[in-house]
Ligand binder design. Structure first.
Ligand SMILES: Cc1cc2nc3c(=O)[nH]c(=O)nc-3n(C[C@H](O)[C@H](O)[C@H](O)COP(=O)(O)OP(=O)(O)OC[C@H]3O[C@@H](n4cnc5c(N)ncnc54)[C@H](O)[C@@H]3O)c2cc1C
Length: 350
């Protein structure tokens, strides 16, 4: 059984930053994530996209933000259970929790922090009969590494921001990019639609509107797709890769069955105080929670993590008082025995 002070479900940016805030309070953290790598949506959906609203970073790639968070939490030596979904929780008589994953790994902690974001990632799949035969064999629902499409013939389908943005991005990398959309109009940002129109004129993107991908063919891997245009015959297109980008359907997954108060697919929390849920000892932060005025932004999740950690401390060390100190004053006292000293400054008068 894995023992820890704070058990964090979800290793997205908010779960990762929780390790830091807990570490400052000398609390040990362990993270569980269903995905094989940390970083949540940032790593899984848009690692190569720049984010512009992280305070202090005018621009940072989502993947780099995750790398930086991993570096920042290193001194606190978090444990990770990756590639496993937290499936059940059992409250013990002493108020602590045992969480078991779908692979049977058990974790025990006095405080549970749910930072489960959108929940388990479930991409919306187009209704093509044999679609699962080609998953990871030329067909992908997310773009993790655009480089694998270098000099390849790629077909993207969808009408939202992801389909538009990735068509633009890959038009510089892939040998051919075709964007297939079943309507004439796109749902994405206007400037992306305009950029795609420009690239179509330059011959860098082939645009197929009022068209659907209706079949997939290939032996070992995908080699061609069947497209059906409105009022026209079916056609075959030779492809190396097909990327349907129809968004994610938010599914809380097993978390929804844990007796937590849920509203619109998110966990209700007390935002006036500590981001606690209706079950004492369980907190919910980041995209997974809801309260009046909630914004699903990374910076809001970071704020929630900092506040929540103070209250988690009170549960783990009842009656013990913790006085918050700035890291500039106290430095960082890592669990690896290494101390990052606060830098002393000297006042200079001229
Ligand atoms: C294309 C795109 C662009 C975006 N751009 C911005 C931006 O510019 N600025 C900004 O602030 N935000 C942006 N966001 C939103 C931002 O990514 C989210 O607010 C952020 O990822 C939320 O972090 P999180 O840690 O709460 O959840 P997530 O990143 O969703 O991570 C949650 C993790 O929990 C795991 N999980 C869920 N349930 C379980 C379970 N039962 N067991 C184990 N693991 C589980 C999931 O696998 C996932 O890894 C963007 C989102 C998208 C999709």
């Amino acid at each position: 059984m894995i023992q820890t002070d704070i058990l964090i479900i979800g290793a997205g940016p908010v779960g990762l930053f929780t390790v830091f805030e807990a570490g400052l309070l000398k609390l040990k953290s362990h993270l569980i994530d269903a995905l094989p790598q940390p970083g949540g949506q940032c790593s899984e959906i848009y690692p190569k996209k720049p984010i512009y609203d992280i305070p202090g970073f005018p621009e940072v790639l989502a993947g780099d933000l995750v790398n930086n968070l991993m570096e920042q939490i290193k001194p606190f030596q978090p444990g990770f259970t990756l590639g496993e979904r937290a499936e059940t929780i059992e409250k013990q008589e002493d108020g602590t929790f045992v969480v078991t994953t779908n692979k049977g790994t058990k974790h025990h902690a006095p405080v549970l922090v749910i930072a489960g974001g959108l929940g388990s990632f479930e991409p919306r799949k187009p209704p093509i009969a044999n679609i699962t035969d080609f998953e990871d064999k030329g067909l992908a629902y997310f773009i993790r590494d655009p480089e694998i499409y270098r000099d390849k013939k790629v077909v993207i389908s969808g009408g939202g921001d992801s389909a538009l943005d990735w068509s633009i991005y890959l038009s510089d990398i892939a040998a051919e990019v075709s964007l297939v959309h079943r309507r004439k109009e796109f749902r994405g940002a206007l400037d992306s639609v305009e950029k795609v129109a420009e690239l179509v004129k330059e011959g860098k993107i082939s645009l197929l509107t009022e068209t659907e991908v209706t079949g997939l063919n290939g032996e070992e891997k995908l080699s061609s797709i069947e497209i059906t245009r409105k009022n026209k015959e079916k056609e075959q297109l030779e492809v190396d890769a097909f990327i349907p980008l129809f968004g994610l359907s938010p599914k809380l997954g097993p978390i929804a069955n844990w007796g937590l108060e849920i509203e619109k697919n998110a966990i209700k929390v007390n935002n006036a105080l500590d981001y606690s849920t209706n079950i004492p000892g369980i907190f919910a932060i980041g995209d997974v929670n809801t309260y009046p005025g909630k914004l699903k932004l990374i910076l809001c999740g970071f704020h929630e993590a900092a506040i929540m950690a103070q209250y988690a401390y009170n549960i783990i060390h009842p009656g013990k008082r913790y006085v918050m100190k700035y890291t500039t004053v106290n430095g960082i006292d890592g669990f690896d025995g290494q101390k990052k000293e606060a830098k002393k400054t000297v006042a200079v008068s001229i």
